[in-house]
Ligand binder design. Structure first.
Ligand SMILES: [Zn+2]
Length: 427
């Protein structure tokens, strides 16, 4: 598009007057919209939504992954989606202008800004209507897939309401008793079982002895089975699971160990995000009324908190693979809106040349790398300014019906405005 558009400009601009330039842009407009009509911007009816969160992912994380995976002239699949914009992420919190994952996901799922730690309740603690339940009420299937605990803040806000994100056993209880997502895949088995009931993932494993079952709501895995869920706990069982309601728990807590470099940091999920995403789509897509699927790679955020560049790149690679699965699905199902974004920045990351003289920070925050630029002799480093979240905007890319609405800059509550058009209407 870029080079042909330039060529067209050269042909059409005989003189460098302002008036001519105005004429040229009106000539160009029909050319661009003709392309748009035949591409994936589709004005058609949206039945389903796949919403993908790179937790903690802002522009620099995407650029580091682009250099590492695709190279100087390459493009990530998540960046190839035809529509892009940006979202601001600030919460409404009496103590801070910087959001956490709970307030950010509440903005998406409810359209309301709230305090950090809130799971779809307002600043006074009042429960808000949530898209995960509204989609169900509209006859759609729903699902969530994450490398975090399935009850962690970002998935939780779509399917539960609680004043405190730490109440993950209560969040699990609400999934089963109230929201009933059809597919629940990820980590966090510890919250589904009472203390002393280790389950498929043993208590106090060597890689993190602090992990152990700690639920206070009874044996929720048994309860899920009684409610008609197939329960799986390994890649093999997941592969063999039949269509129908599905609960898969593939770790005690997160599906990785978030630590600084060389201190027991592990990114090696028992089932990768792309595999979980594919399974969820296979199951949810059988509903003719459509579905809502939330997909999340949590490792981007958690390893950015540890300023661990190498592991952030691994998590980005996993996310990119899941986006490819989603994009293939959307290519074959043009009634599906696909959105890829982050809930906030984490780490205040910059992507820099490996020059010794500008080293900034010490200890954790020293630069990571150098990492090779794919297909090149060049290298880059990842430099961190904080181990916390920042207020930097996050890019949002989208494909499918209604995707053009994401053009421009919006507050994160705008996600709710667009998604509710699909998820709250009965077709
Ligand atoms: Zn987050």
């Amino acid at each position: 598009m870029g080079s042909s558009r330039k060529r067209l400009l050269r042909l059409l601009v005989p003189a460098t007057t302002v008036a001519t330039t105005v004429v040229v842009s009106t000539v160009l407009t029909p050319v661009l919209s003709a392309n748009a009509a035949t591409s994936d911007h589709g004005a058609g009816r949206a039945r389903s939504v796949i919403f993908i969160n790179g937790d903690g992912m802002s522009a620099a994380h995407r650029e580091a992954a682009r250099l590492s995976l695709a190279g100087l002239d390459g493009q990530l699949t998540m960046d190839k989606l035809p529509v892009s914009g940006q979202l601001s992420t600030s919460p409404h919190d009496p103590k801070t202008a910087i959001t956490d994952s709970a307030a950010a996901a509440t903005a998406w799922a409810t359209g309301t800004k709230t305090y950090n730690g809130a799971i779809s309740v307002d600043v006074k603690g009042k429960p808000l209507p949530i898209l995960g339940r509204q989609a169900k009420a509209a006859g759609k299937s729903t699902g969530l897939v994450t490398t975090s605990q399935v009850t962690d803040a970002s998935p939780a806000a779509w399917f539960s309401q609680t004043a405190d994100r730490a109440a993950q056993d209560e969040i699990a209880r609400q999934y089963l008793a109230v929201s009933k997502p059809d597919v629940i895949l990820g980590g966090g088995e510890d919250w589904w079982l009472p203390a002393g009931t280790p389950g498929a993932w043993p208590d106090k494993p060597a890689e993190d002895p602090s992990e152990a079952s700690k639920g206070t709501k009874g044996n929720l895995i048994d309860r899920a089975k009684r409610s008609g869920y197939q329960y799986v706990s390994s890649a093999k069982e997941l592969a063999h699971a039949k269509r129908g309601k599905l609960l898969g728990l593939f770790s005690n807590e997160e599906m990785f160990q978030q630590r600084p470099e060389g201190q027991g940091d592990v990114y090696s999920p028992a089932v990768d995000l792309a595999t979980m995403t594919q399974k969820a789509l296979d199951t949810l897509s059988t509903n003719k009324k459509g579905f809502f699927l939330f997909v999340e790679e949590e490792g981007v955020d958690e390893f950015a908190h540890e300023n661990n560049g190498a592991r952030v790149l691994q998590a980005m690679k996993s996310l990119e693979k899941a986006v490819k699965v989603a994009r293939s699905y959307v290519a074959a199902h043009p009634d599906t809106l696909l959105v890829v974004t982050g809930d906030h920045d984490c780490g205040g990351l910059t992507v820099e040349d490996p020059i010794d003289s500008d080293e900034s920070g010490s200890d954790l925050s020293t630069e990571d790398g150098p990492f090779p630029v794919h297909g090149s002799n060049l290298k880059f480093v990842m430099d961190w300014t904080t181990t916390e979240h920042t207020g930097a905007d996050v890019p949002v890319t989208a494909q499918g019906p209604l995707s053009t609405l994401f053009t421009g800059k919006h507050p994160n509550t705008y996600v709710h405005e667009v998604l509710s058009r699909v998820l709250t209407s009965r077709h």
